[in-house]
Design a protein around this ligand. Structure first.
Ligand SMILES: [Zn+2]
Length: 473
């Protein structure tokens, strides 16, 4: 069957709802006749993806393994290769070739629907969707490709006060065709900020965001609890780009030919789904905002029980000190002061007393706090080195953190050095990689002398050792 419901619909949708309903009835009538007349349906094509097995595919489409083997005429069913094309029998409600792809950042239910000409029924049925929240970044979405019309198209944003007619004139399209390919019930049904597809050229890039954002991507390992998130974007023309994640505003900075934002995934974001928002302004001044759920994977951190002096277990004191520290690390200085790899903050970086991310209980209480830094062992008086160039924004004594130094490295990246026996820098000092900034000690809330080293990214304490293992951005 070559005529799909959705492909037929988009010719009819420009007309009134009444006509749409009447047409649908006709189509259904046609299909009930054609299914009687048609030969046994040959099924749809499905492209094998990494991790697929014949039984997992059979389960997904609710057919038997043998039916797939027969319909696909498989001579060697035990050797299924990625990219092999199978015939799934008995599926006559969608045509084209079915592939599963990991949903990229910047795509939404609507953008996928429009890009691949999928009606609601097909979208839901192909992907067993129960809620749009399921379409998180990386969701294995099934798409019907090779269906023609919208495989080649361009993205166009609906600006404030712009009608579909004006858009159509600007892009050289027929407004009815524009409404049809975008599955709009009429030419009036656009809202400012909506991103439509126009037939004609290739629609590369994120479909849920205006074409002034050419691409947006997340570097590995992506959304993992406690990790530093690197977001790369390429924009076309003067575009102000920003966003929000876990209550923190994303700040983009120019780097090379694109923009980069660094964000910390909080330890408190234990595995779960959270909203990731990108927003900005197009070259014409119109604003856009795009939100997509993302799934944060667990960092797999350990648990530990510590015994400390009761005088230090005052939650109010602890909270007050954290608020003071957080005030110091929130500003994103636009100049990035480091380049390349960072150096070690301590001579014995292999001697770690306590790792970042450990979920802690004090004096056998509940697991209510996390360890936000890495503890390096060694005795009082061992040198502490600046791992990267920066500017000292705090140098002084704190009740819990002891003698503390905080360095601003630019772009919202800060490092902290706690429990020192001696501080060797002052606020306002510019420090260089390898410079001795203090000495290890046992001041503040500690059970022994060590250096607690913390790295903040966009106001969030992240896994510090990552900053020694790779180059950011
Ligand atoms: Zn520590």
């Amino acid at each position: 069957m070559k005529t799909s419901i959705s492909a037929t619909n988009w010719h009819l949708k420009p007309f009134s709802i009444w006509l749409f309903g009447a047409s649908l009835a006709l189509i259904l009538l046609f299909f009930s006749f054609s299914s009687v007349l048609a030969q046994e349906p040959e099924g749809v094509r499905y492209v094998v993806r990494f991790g697929d097995t014949l039984s997992s595919i059979a389960l997904r489409f609710d057919v038997s393994v043998n039916e797939i083997i027969q319909a696909s005429d498989l001579s060697d069913p035990d050797n299924l290769a990625v990219g092999d094309v199978l015939i799934i029998p008995g599926i006559d409600w969608i045509d084209g070739t079915l592939v599963i792809e990991d949903l990229p950042l910047g795509e939404s239910y609507l953008s996928i629907q429009r890009r691949y000409l999928l009606d609601d029924v097909s979208m839901v049925r192909l992907n067993r969707l129960t809620s749009p929240e399921q379409l998180y970044v990386g969701f294995p979405i099934m798409l019907a490709t090779e269906r023609g019309e919208l495989a080649d198209s361009a993205r166009v944003a609906v600006g404030a006060g712009t009608s579909l007619l004006e858009l159509a004139v600007a892009s050289g399209d027929n407004p009815w065709a524009l409404a049809a390919v975008n599955q709009l019930p009429g030419t009036w049904a656009t809202v400012p900020g909506d991103v439509l597809f126009t037939p004609g050229t290739v629609a590369a890039g994120p479909g849920g965001i205006p074409s002034s954002v050419t691409s947006v991507s997340i570097e590995d390992p992506g959304f993992v609890q406690g990790k530093t998130l690197v977001i790369n974007a390429i924009t076309d023309g003067v575009v102000q780009l920003g966003g929000e994640f876990f209550g923190h505003e994303l700040k983009f900075f120019p780097e090379g030919s694109g923009l980069v934002a660094l964000a910390g995934i909080p330890l408190e974001a234990e595995s779960g789904t959270f909203n990731f928002t990108l927003s900005g302004a197009n070259p014409d001044g119109s604003a856009f905002e795009f939100s997509q759920p993302v799934r944060v994977a667990s960092g797999g951190y350990d648990r530990e029980t510590l015994t400390v002096d009761l005088q230090f277990l005052n939650p109010e004191q602890s909270a007050a000190e954290t608020i003071e520290v957080n005030k110091l690390i929130v500003e994103a200085t636009p100049t990035k002061l480091w380049s390349g790899y960072w150096g070690a903050p301590h001579p014995y970086i292999g001697v770690i007393n306590s790792e970042y991310g450990v979920h802690r209980s004090y004096n056998r209480g509940v697991y209510e706090s996390y360890h936000y830094g890495t503890d390096f062992g060694g005795g009082v008086g061992i040198e502490i080195w600046a791992p990267a160039p920066g500017k000292v924004v705090f140098a002084g004594a704190l009740l819990l953190r002891g003698n503390a130094t905080i360095i601003d490295h630019g772009w919202g990246v800060y490092t902290g050095y706690f429990h020192q026996s001696e501080i060797l820098v002052a606020v306002g000092d510019r420090v260089e990689t390898g410079q001795v900034i203090g000495l290890v000690g046992g001041t503040g809330r500690v059970s022994g002398a060590h250096l607690h080293w913390e790295v903040w990214v966009n106001g969030v304490a992240v896994e510090p050792m990552d900053w020694l293992a790779r180059i950011y951005p």
